[in-house]
Design a protein around this ligand. Structure first.
Ligand code: LLP
Length: 381
């Protein structure tokens, strides 16, 4: 680790756990995303990954659109400066209140996940005397080879419309005077590090488009899911957007004038965030030592929920001697473990620990379980 990367003195004066965000890295990531993209490619930031207002503002200012899944996220995106027309609204359980608000706010598109939802949207649009912009989210039945909790493109998942039902739903869109058919939406999962599933997705989309030669499909949305390197955040601080976009450029046959949309979350924000905790105790167990932190699964749930591993660093120990520790939180749950047999320099009470790559699905998933305060946030400038 670069010894000056973290503002350790600032951390000492703050109460922990806290999320530290390197906004310079976020800006560089956004720049790289832009330069790797191709004309006609539109990227939306998946707000669910991190809705911290500072982060949202910076991303909105870079010109991306927003992918949202609740009225709360739509409002957060609007407050941060994302234009309504560049906001898409997805999710399997949009309520009447959310649909009404989305239409009144003139957001760009509702990504629809079922026939029942399409019917509800058309009814609400009629009441408002407005045409609802809709895209159909299709379940492409592609295995993205990721953790089963974050795979979304398989037939067994609750997400998307089965390919076998698509004809009927397209008819529904085209025959309703209250629906404005915007296109097709896909998302195959998250933390995808092998690009092959995306190539398969392109083929799947190509054959679908061939099946509907006479239907106007203004846009294709391929979702998000590009993964990051959790084991080596310093070596790979910015994901390989070039290869990712290139897959679509080379394999997807877009129709003339057809727009292509992406919804990236993790790949934009994961590496700029770290969860900063202090060591409360070093406990001698039977045959092992535990480093007990002041933050645990309520601050960062990914290890407990998905067996995810984030790189753990002691950023204050000056010791040359390394030891093995189980690094755990203070929560009353056995799954409250960040790492077992972690090799760290000799660690003491009061040391500061950084849990890396925590910018995505970290702060947003924090809870107040055990009546713990939610983590605060601190920025690099
Ligand atoms: N679009 C849709 C329709 C999605 O469901 C998701 C994520 C995204 C885009 C953004 O995916 P990303 O580029 O961030 O992979 N909490 C889990 C991840 C859940 C992802 C849910 N959907 C985790 O911590 O790994």
């Amino acid at each position: 680790m670069n010894p000056t990367y973290f503002p350790i003195d600032r951390f000492r004066n703050e109460s922990t756990p806290l999320y530290y965000y390197d906004l310079h890295l976020l800006e560089e990531t956004l720049r790289e995303l832009k330069t790797s993209s191709f004309p006609g490619f539109n990227t939306h930031y998946a707000v669910k990954a991190n809705s911290n207002p500072e982060i949202l503002k910076l991303i909105a200012a870079s010109g991306l659109g927003a992918d949202t899944v609740s009225l709360g996220e739509i409002q957060a995106a609007l407050s941060a400066g994302f234009p309504a027309a560049k906001i898409v609204f997805a999710g399997v359980g949009k309520t009447d209140q959310e649909i009404t608000a989305a239409l009144e706010l003139n957001i760009g598109c509702l990504n629809v996940e079922s026939d029942a939802e399409l019917t509800a949207i058309a009814e609400i649009a009629e009441k408002l005397d407005k045409k609802a912009p809709v895209a159909l989210r299709i379940n492409p039945e592609i295995d993205a080879h990721t953790h089963h909790y974050i795979t979304t493109g398989l037939a067994e998942n609750k997400f998307g419309i089965a390919l076998s039902m698509l004809d009927r739903l397209i008819d529904h869109c085209l025959s309703s005077e209250w629906l404005d058919f915007k296109g097709l939406h896909f998302h195959i999962g998250s933390q995808i590090t092998d690009l092959e599933p995306y190539r398969i997705l392109c083929e799947r989309i190509n054959s679908l488009q061939e099946k509907y030669p006479d239907i106007l499909i203004p846009s294709i949305n391929v979702g998000g899911g590009l993964g990051v390197d959790y084991e080596n955040p310093e070596g790979n601080p910015i994901p390989d957007f070039k290869s990712y976009f290139r897959i679509f450029k080379d394999n997807l046959r877009l129709r003339p004038g057809q727009e292509l949309h992406f919804e990236l979350g993790r790949s934009i924000v994961a590496q700029c965030g770290s969860l900063i905790c202090k060591v409360v105790y070093v406990k001698e167990g039977v045959g092992k030592k535990f480093v007990i932190l002041d933050g645990g699964m309520t601050a960062l749930i990914r290890p407990a929920l998905y067996q995810a591993h984030h790189k753990i660093e002691n950023i204050t120990s000056k010791s040359e001697v390394k030891e093995k520790y189980d690094v755990v939180g203070p929560i009353c749950e056995s799954s409250d473990v960040f790492g077992t047999d972690e090799t760290l320099p000799v660690t003491k009470r009061g040391d500061i620990i950084a849990i890396r790559s925590a910018g995505a699905y970290g702060e947003v998933m924090a809870s107040a379980y055990n009546c713990r305060a939610l983590p605060s946030s601190l920025f690099s400038r």
